[in-house]
Design a protein around this ligand. Structure first.
Ligand code: UDX
Ligand code: ADP
Length: 464
């Protein structure tokens, strides 16, 4: 059997300059100096921000990203809105566009909206030149590659000078640690039918990832693995949060329980941190996708099983808001409450599905006046998420001290390092007594908060 040498990849185009496309391509450009990487997006503002001389203004906040972009931009990393030209120049096109949950029509609330992926496939079909390897990077429902392939095959039929191979290469990076995850991944997954195309993509990653970490599967296994990985991770968080509620009702402490069970090598210590519930663009969306698929394939029991992971998460977020109201004598109407953290996790400016959204909306519904602080999230984004402009019912504060001044409570919703270092002795006198600290991330020192004269609640702690 003769083995065909994989094509040498000289130019990569990535459609979508978001949280996935931007950091991923920056690291590929950094690690593969011989490859020209063209990142394109139809959003002109976003591209302008990627090209801003001031690296602090990149549209995605990720520790270490500015340094990588600073090294490569203009050398072999380019950001532009010239989508067709970049596709035409590329040997390999990554599709890294958004795939939010559908809000209307069949599968609304569960299935992914694939209109942007389909638009990309059509654009690639129109603009590609010669042989092009198309790589699905966006998280997609299983069998999406089929639709992409059908569109590309139709293009092959009308112009025989062009041909395509489709690969699935799901991204496993977590926001906040994206650069570290990309530089040192647990694994890289490549699914596809064409061995030559798989080799070509493995060759790109092989420039910095050890070969044993590059896993090859069929297309469908690759797509399903991404959904499954996220479903399992989210399930662990719902599991520990369910136990946190039980700990609060007893005299147990979820941190101790997590340490005890995490020492079992079969369970492991990671992803056992109780909090305000999971957020982010992936977990809920991917589980709902899985639920939709299961129902579609006649597996309602499996669908119900996974759906309960999301239901628990939603309940847990409402539970935290309700608990704040209950501790503040059953009413928060007209009371000022400081919200510390709006991002869905620390070290990102992303608020998609952030637990803060549900908690804040519930408190606003109860008539509270929120003073919101987050070191990275833009107030305009908060206004969008809360569905109301900054003003009467909520205000934005640049400093924690401003947020807590006159407040009856401070609610910690994001685990920013700076919140674990707050001096409660200095903050307590600014608050209206009796005042509370509700720590939904378990990052404060209970003793220090109590010694400052404040009441303290910590997620999953039943000890008083
Ligand atoms: C996730 C997956 O980890 C990643 O592999 C995939 O590519 C995208 O989805 P991300 O959503 O960026 O990444 O962050 P992650 O660190 O997984 O956190 C998700 C949510 O779970 C956050 O809201 C986080 O605060 C929460 N979480 C995480 C917990 O509440 N407890 C934990 O122990 C871990
Ligand atoms: P993710 O977290 O998956 O990266 P984002 O929403 O942050 O998602 O980024 C997706 C990007 O894809 C957006 O900036 C959007 O403008 C871009 N995009 C979507 N469809 C197209 C398209 N057909 N052509 C170019 N860019 C697109």
């Amino acid at each position: 059997m003769t083995t065909i040498a994989p094509p040498q990849i000289r130019t990569i185009c990535c459609i979508g300059a978001g949280y996935v496309g931007g950091p991923t391509m920056a690291v590929i450009a950094d690690r593969c100096p011989d490859i020209q990487v063209l990142v394109v997006d139809m959003n002109t503002t976003r591209i302008a921000a990627w090209n801003d001389d001031d690296l602090a203004k990149l549209p995605v906040y990720e520790p270490g990203l500015d340094a990588v972009v600073g090294r490569c931009r203009g050398r072999n990393l380019h950001f532009s809105t010239e989508v067709d030209a970049a596709i035409a120049a590329a040997d390999m096109v990554f599709i890294a566009v958004n795939t939010p949950t559908k809000t209307r029509g069949i599968g609304a609330g569960q299935a992914s909206d694939l209109r942007w992926v389909e638009a990309c496939a059509r654009q690639v079909a129109k603009a590609a030149v010669g042989h092009t390897i198309v790589v699905e990077k966006s998280t997609l429902p299983v069998r999406t590659a089929e639709a992409v392939k059908a569109i590309l095959e139709a293009a092959e039929d009308t112009d025989t000078t062009r041909s395509f191979s489709v690969l699935s290469n799901p991204e496993f990076l977590a926001e906040g640690t994206a650069i570290r995850d990309l530089e040192n991944p647990d694994r890289v997954l490549i699914g596809g039918e064409s061995t030559t195309a798989i080799h070509a993509l493995a060759g790109v990653y092989g420039q910095w990832v050890p070969p044993e970490k590059i896993l090859r599967t069929n297309l469908w296994s690759s797509e399903l693995s991404k959904l499954t990985a996220n479903a399992f991770l989210a399930q662990r968080i719902s599991s520990i949060n369910s136990i946190a509620a039980l700990c609060e009702a007893t005299e147990a402490d979820v941190e101790e329980v997590a340490r005890a069970i995490g020492s079992d090598s079969r369970l492991g210590p990671k992803f056992l941190k109780a909090g305000p519930g999971f957020g982010g663009s992936c977990f809920q969306k991917d589980i709902l996708n899985l639920v939709y698929l299961c129902r579609h394939f006649g597996l309602p029991q499996v669908a119900d099983y996974w759906e309960s992971v999301v239901a628990l998460n939603t309940w847990h977020q409402h539970r935290i808001a309700a608990l704040v109201v209950q501790k503040l004598f059953g009413t928060v109407t007209g009371k000022r409450i400081a919200i510390l953290g709006f991002a869905f996790k620390a070290d990102t400016n992303d608020t998609r599905e952030s637990p803060a959204i549900r908690v804040c909306r519930d408190l606003l519904e109860e008539g509270a006046i929120l003073a919101i602080h987050d070191p990275k999230v833009d107030p305009d984004q908060i206004a969008l998420d809360l569905g109301q402009p900054v003003g009467e019912s909520w205000l934005h504060c640049d400093a924690v001290a401003d947020a807590v001044t006159g407040a009856d409570a401070a609610v910690i919703l994001t685990e920013w390092q700076s919140y674990s270092e707050l001096c409660w002795d200095a903050l307590a006198p600014l608050m209206r007594q009796p005042a509370w600290v509700f720590d939904a991330r378990a990052i404060t020192d209970s003793l220090a908060v109590c010694l400052a004269g404040l009441n303290h609640w910590r997620v999953g702690c039943g000890m008083v």
